[in-house]
Design a protein around this ligand. Sequence first.
Ligand code: ADP
Ligand code: MG
Length: 302
Amino acid sequence: MKNINNILEKNSDEMELVHSFQDACSNKEFYKFITTLPIEEKVLIKYTSSLEDAFIEHKNCKNCKGIGCCKNSVTGYCYTPEKEKNIIKFSYVACKWKEKDLKENAYKENLELFDMPKEIKEASLKEVYTDDKSRVPIIRYFKEFIDKYNKKEEPRGLYLTGSFGSGKTYLVAALLNEMARKKVCCALVYYPEFLRSLKSSFQTDYNERFNFIKTSPILLLDDIGAENESNWSRDEVLGPILQYRMQNHLPTFFTSNLTLEELETALSITSSGVDKVKARRIIERIKQLTIPMELIGKNRRS
Ligand code: ADP
Ligand code: MG
């Protein structure tokens, strides 16, 4: 008796599945959608309600003009059925807009920011103002840099000095973003803040952070000279970073409101006294690593 009940129950469950499937198929568009799937009807029958969800999402995608108009449950993704042996698995597949977006933003994975605003990843050489003649030699140098880097000629970075807000950070970031598109990993470090956070990481990931920056294939030390100088930051941080990068021919960029001469003075005076020799040694390393350039221009900060 138990067996017969089981069979009857099973049959009625199956009938219900068939009915709801047939109901759904009375919608011609839905029927068309499921017949394009490489899945047999006897399998499809078991998934009517999920297939209906997938159908709605695919229909949304068909009429969609861009990710901003996405109507699906997970923005940029489409609920999609796929046959796996005798079952259907549903997953969220990136739509064509999302794919494009992911592809366009893939370079950001190659950019490591340390205390820099994340919008800096959007800086682009295409957007660089051309109204300003002082940018021309810098842009020319960037082209040369890219060319030499491609040929593995180990180009030098820049020591870019100039007034506050003239666009130094933006310019170098635009080049580094371009290098990231070429799959080169770059670290962009807001140097004064990096020093502060490095100091407070003695007990934790000090070595990891320090080594990451030291060995990054391309490095920007942004706003050098704006930090509070100490013997530690000059002799234990900056010195070894520059030494390593020089020995390994790793391109290094600096931006600063100070000229190299002014930086030398700033580096020589620390809270523990004056040491011109150590400051000079740092400046020598910077000179070996970079070409000095100046960006004079109006303050672009709003
Ligand atoms: P600096 O580092 O010389 O102090 P920034 O690079 O921070 O100056 O630039 C100042 C402001 O101007 C920033 O908000 C930056 O985003 C903007 N800016 C600079 N150059 C450009 C550019 N080429 N295109 C768009 N915005 C720019
Ligand atoms: Mg800056």
